[in-house]
Design a protein around this ligand. Structure first.
Ligand SMILES: *[C@@H]1O[C@H](CO)[C@@H](O)[C@H](O)[C@H]1NC(C)=O
Length: 258
């Protein structure tokens, strides 16, 4: 509707000037006045369009070069699709370099077993069917556990992070197997060979997890006053694990056995 032809714009502007001279010299006709008004409207419109284009270009430039991409967008870009992504929040965290025994370490006790279980032993959540393609599963080949129906239909899924902690816990329990009775645990069922196989599988899993995630945080070495070389941790960008635990517990659709 509005043509942005600069030649026409200037023609109109020139015409408008002629009309205003007419006005000073005497009596412009009714038709001339209408043309004058139209010309003014035309100029105003073009100026407004130019103004908005200028503002648009400037904001586009700032958006492109100065816009901070949100953590949420980055997390989604660097993760497999998962409903749990909505619970991911990041924080800077420096790991404790000076080892202080805590409830997770040392000889097993009821307290340590409970603390470890709270890190991984929770139910499955619903993975929506339409996210399966993004997980390289285009068809339901019958090996999924279906949950829900209609628009809420999906398949049951566990949090991989929790599965990995389960593996670390199993390695810990295997180390301390002579100090605590783990015989009732499903992971300890089967013979000695089965148990070792499970532990080996867990070590393999953890090796791949560390390689896959390859934390690039520099781990620098410092020489102490006594001349010994000590390592010093630097802040890591971490996901807030307790928030994920809360999310999984709030979205649990069925309990699982290890
Ligand atoms: C995706 O699935 C196909 C078919 O099962 C498989 O061949 C391929 O290796 C998978 N891709 C990845 C990245 O795992």
């Amino acid at each position: 509707m509005w043509e942005l032809d600069p030649r026409r714009l200037f023609q109109r502007l020139r015409y408008q000037q002629v009309a205003s001279i007419d006005e000073v010299t005497g009596s412009p006709g009714v038709g001339q006045k209408a043309v004058q008004r139209k010309g003014r409207l035309y100029t105003l419109t073009h100026l407004s369009i130019s103004f908005f284009c200028l503002i648009g270009s400037i904001s586009f430039f700032f958006n492109k070069y100065y816009h901070q991409v949100s953590d949420d967008k980055c997390v989604r870009r660097f993760s497999a699709p998962s409903p749990a992504l909505e619970a991911v929040e990041l924080e800077w965290m420096t790991f404790n370099d000076v080892f202080q025994p805590d409830e997770y370490s040392g000889y097993p006790s009821a307290t340590s077993e409970k603390a470890w279980a709270a890190l991984w032993d929770f139910g499955a959540f619903t993975v929506p069917l339409d996210s399966l393609a993004g997980l390289n599963k285009s068809s339901m080949t019958g090996d999924f556990r279906l949950v829900g129906s209609g628009p809420d239909a999906g398949v049951g899924g566990l949090l991989e992070g929790a599965h990995q902690i389960h593996c670390l816990n199993l390695v810990r329990q295997f180390i301390y197997r002579d100090h605590w009775d783990y015989s009732q645990l499903p992971s300890f069922s089967g013979g000695d060979k089965t148990r070792r196989h499970h532990v080996d599988h867990c070590i393999e899993t953890l090796r791949m997890v560390f390689a896959c995630q390859s934390d690039v945080t520099p781990y620098y070495l410092a020489t102490s006053q006594r001349g010994t070389v000590e390592s010093r941790g630097l802040p890591h960008k971490c996901r807030k694990y307790p928030m994920l635990v809360d999310w999984v517990n709030a979205h649990s659709v069925f309990d699982t056995v290890e």
